[in-house]
Write a protein that binds this ligand. Sequence first.
Ligand SMILES: O=CC(=O)O
Length: 339
Amino acid sequence: MADQEEEQDNTGDQNHKPQDLPQVLVLKPPPVLSVIGEESFLSNKYQFLKAWESPLPLHQFLTAHAGSIQAILCSGAAPVTDDLLRLLPSVRLVVTASAGTNHIDLEACHRRGISVTNAGNVFSDDGADAAVGLLIDVLRKITASDRYVRQGLWVSEGDYPLGSKLRGKRVGIVGLGGIGLEVAKRLEAFGCNVLYTSRKKKTFLSYPFYSGVCQLAAHSDALIICCALTDQTRHMIDKDVFSALGKEGVIVNVGRGAIVDEKEMVRCLVHGEIAGAGLDVFENEPDVPKELFELDNVVLSPHRAVFTPESFMALCELVVGNLEAFFSNKPVLSPVMDV
Ligand SMILES: O=CC(=O)O
């Protein structure tokens, strides 16, 4: 506590006018703000320019500050495009309060010499817990049987159909980054056989590796999507993957909606060509295909897999740590790398 107070005394607030502090643009409030609160999240060592609070149209607001904005704090809610960066020639850092970076034009950042940081591993545990939770929910029909009981159907209709056992299932993990690795650890503890596909085989792991997602699906009872959305992974989970996964196969997605061909997934679920799905992410959030609402073998969650007050606290520290490292010319804490 004493350390914190000491830190706060050294913020420079008394010595610097706000206009002397490094300017950080925030385009839209990231989800973490509503939980942690602006005072705690937006460190007073920086001048945060909150674009959404300005009465000016965005373009005018950005032009007014074009020469002085040195960093952008963003989240999936507001894309960081090449056009935006063109307007802000002094930007040298983009900090995203998310694990995913698909809302950032990484190539443009690279070309312009802009560093990018993300949520690193702060969301890995919660994302993995949620992924395994969704899988168990689909297999054991937890949410569906909850509805059954609440609607009084246990009394009127009798026993609910049995779910299926998790132990012994072959679970294919798509993307063995921070979240995928934690999913693997949890599933091993549950007695599952873990397989995976990833951009590269991880030589330090003994789980069977498949270079293609179709082969992985053909050897899996369930697929868990944990990878990033990129040009290469957009609609990677397509008709062929669903057909390789088969009628008994389950899909869980905690990555990004667009990694899956959603129309095709809905078609396969409606026609019983796969057995079920646990979905935290969708192609056009917050719109969810209405057909899914009717299906008891589908568990839906509103893109909340990685968010807990605890992960937000850790995120808050990481964001501030990244800004501090960057503005004191030290290596940033969670650089976005080509993993
Ligand atoms: O989906 C959440 C994230 O990318 O952090």
